[in-house]
Design a protein around this ligand. Structure first.
Ligand code: MG
Length: 336
């Protein structure tokens, strides 16, 4: 049975360009999709690609949706090409959303803690104090944005700024070289660092393995495992560290959950700076996994100029919150 299919491209400016190891990022673009059944029920999904993670581009996603010519047969879900992981995520989430019946869905976790996102640079110190007061215990900080010596000094101040017991996640977005990564290794031994995320670029596969084998804290892969295809490769390599998984980029939620049963690596689920629409689908994955629960990466606040339309991040997400995420408003906003 074919469903009516519609899509809307959106553009959300960041309040300030987002500094990452990939450079400055000015606005988030993506595409929302809607499936409507014969009774007029609607389900929403979102494609929010980031090419640096191995996904399609926003233009490619939009062009795939345009080619559906206004209708989609759920039987064709499997035929969405693997090179369009965000499109697959969007359509599969929209179907799940459409078929959702209140009270039917059972999650494995009742609550998940949230990691608070700190701004790059020295401003992180003040923000960490605020977030600790608000109840956050895990903090994520971007490194490889400023010179090592400055960041090392800020990190020392960061650790002094909050009580012991905080867990630190340092994310380099692939921006370090081996020498600097090893300097970080000496600095963060025994200092409450949960992991160092993506120290080296995606294309340094065996160098990442070598670094992980001699590093004092676990190494997490993020950009390296952006899509299900690349994650499958690293599971095949028997990666023992951490996988940071952004369900909105990975592809099919059902295939992803199945694949994660094959790994002993620890998994951390994270936002790809998607709207509430993609967030709903991504949180469904995080709350359904059999993996040991860990703080999830939906702790970014004040990132978008139109932040009012996103739910305010809190130190903990209850499963009941997932059902409350309503795509209707994001869909309406996307038209303007
Ligand atoms: Mg990362």
């Amino acid at each position: 049975m074919k469903l009516t299919f519609d899509y809307r491209r959106y553009r959300r400016p960041f309040r300030r360009p987002l500094e990452t190891g990939h450079g400055a990022w000015k606005e988030r673009e993506g595409v929302l999709v809607a499936l409507v059944d014969e009774d007029g029920r609607r389900g929403y999904g979102e494609a929010a690609p980031i090419e640096a993670f191995g996904t399609e581009s926003v233009d490619q996603a939009e062009s795939f949706f345009r080619n559906q010519k206004g209708c989609f047969d759920p039987a064709d879900l499997e035929t969405v090409p693997a090179v369009l992981p965000c499109c697959r995520f969007a359509v599969e989430c929209a179907l799940a959303d459409l078929r959702e019946r209140p009270g039917e869905e059972v999650f494995r976790h009742e609550h998940l803690p949230v990691a608070g996102l700190l701004p790059a640079g020295g401003e992180a110190v003040r923000r960490a104090r605020e977030l600790w007061e608000a109840g956050y215990r895990t903090f994520k900080w971007k490194i490889a944005v400023h010179p090592f010596a400055a960041e090392r000094e800020w990190f020392r101040r960061l650790r002094d700024a909050v009580p012991a017991g905080a867990a630190w996640r340092l994310d380099a977005n692939g921006g370090l070289d081996r020498k600097t990564a090893l300097k970080w290794g000496m600095e963060i031994e025994d200092s409450g660092v949960e992991f160092l995320e993506q120290p080296l670029p995606v294309r340094s596969g065996s160098d990442l393995e070598k670094l992980a084998s001699e590093f004092p804290v676990p190494i997490a892969l993020d950009e390296s495992v952006g899509t299900i295809e690349s994650l499958r490769e690293w599971i095949g390599r028997r990666w023992k560290g951490v996988f940071v998984i952004k369900p909105a980029l990975a592809g099919s939620p059902s295939v992803l959950l199945e694949l994660l049963r094959e790994t002993d690596a620890k998994c951390v689920f994270s936002s790809a700076l998607e709207t509430v629409v993609g967030m709903k689908g991504a949180l469904r994955v995080a709350f359904s996994t059999e993996q040991e629960p860990r703080a999830v990466g939906w702790g970014a606040a004040g990132v978008f100029a139109d932040d009012g339309i996103s739910p305010e991040p809190r130190p903990e997400i209850p499963a009941s919150r997932i059902r409350e995420l309503d795509g209707e408003r994001a869909w309406t906003e996307a038209r303007s």
